[in-house]
Design a protein around this ligand. Sequence first.
Ligand code: PEP
Ligand code: MG
Length: 291
Amino acid sequence: AAVAVPALHHGPGSTSDGHPVRLLLNVGGPLDDVVDAEGVGLFRTEFLFLDRTEAPSREEQRRVYGEVFASFGGRPVVVRTLDAGADKPLPFANSDDEPNPALGVRGYRVARRRPELLADQLAAIADAAASHGTDVRVMAPMIATAAEAREFADLARSFGFSQVGVMIEIPAAALRADEVLAEVDFVSIGTNDLAQYTFAADRVLGDLGALLDPWQPALLDLIALVAEAGRRAGKPVGVCGEAAGDPALAPVLVGLGVTSLSMSAPALPHVRAALREHTLAECTALARRAH
Ligand code: PEP
Ligand code: MG
């Protein structure tokens, strides 16, 4: 028994009958511990931009991204481009006089006003990836339409990235997932914001916790729509919001057709163990029951 329990907590993610599910990490800086994960599914880059009056230079970004990539030991990394605004405001990127910052110029939308911020960041990420030999993919936050996805994909590919994705965290993008997926190589569902925008419930208000619960059937409906579009397109659909780290929900997400789950390091062994307790057919049955 001393051997059987740890076995559930190591190795690649899969259901008990061998259906693979990539288990990835959410990080906001370098890793200071060894974590048993296949790679990084969400590298939040905001840490480098906080408490500043201007964006860090391209050279500084290149150096810091390089240090972060080195700490992952050569595993693939999905870098999310700057998600400034709303719960992550930055003085040089966002405006103070928006009455509703969560509905304002945030995430990818900032690139319209400050295109050089995104261009500098993509250049720095590409340089750091090349000098460390890391398999780096990039994805944009807060994409609402297929046109925005195409615009970001064109830009990212012009910097040499061959794997380009977008986050699905706005209901409009989930409803039009086929068109969005046609423009990119993968998508990752940000359930924190997707719940906020689906239920018109501010994600930072504890009072609205019941509406923001990732088990809400309407949220699961949207995740199912995106996963089905991913299956049609033959492209990966991940979840990287807090929902991905819930061991009870993980089998449901896999049953809906999600192909990777990205979460904080402490959640990973629990999610891995939970998936190994179910066959894919059982996950599908759980998903049907949940929404
Ligand atoms: C999300 O919105 O679910 C997400 C993963 O991004 P963030 O929490 O950084 O907004
Ligand atoms: Mg988000």
